[in-house]
Ligand binder design. Sequence first.
Ligand code: MN
Length: 141
Amino acid sequence: MNRQQATNPNSPPMHRAGSATSRSPEGIASAPFWLETLVEAKEDGELAAMCCSLEPGTVTHWHTHPLGQILYALSGVGMVQRQGGAIEEMRAGDCVTFAPGEAHRHGAAPSSTFAYISIQGRENGSAVTWLRAEIETGGEP
Ligand code: MN
């Protein structure tokens, strides 16, 4: 990557609210959630940014990010869990970092909606790897 360039040189300089809102893809969480792409990573090494809004109890399946991830809580009460670790609560203003390849999941607390911004880098065409389906049962990867 050319260090003289902006992070995502091909992305629009401004994202307009509501211009890229969609439902999450099937099979990545316990229920669909709202997902707004703020910055699209079009090339490897670029950062993607999303704003996600989850209903109470909606939790992602276990996954990893090739270049790690930053989560910033905007509203409500959420949760994060790392492989082998306890469930940790996340509230507005909290910021969580996951290391590259670290297995984890995140979502809304059982009794609260949760909205957050996520930032993750793209490598080999993807910014996320979803782990095995049996993880959905609540077990660990
Ligand atoms: Mn993640």
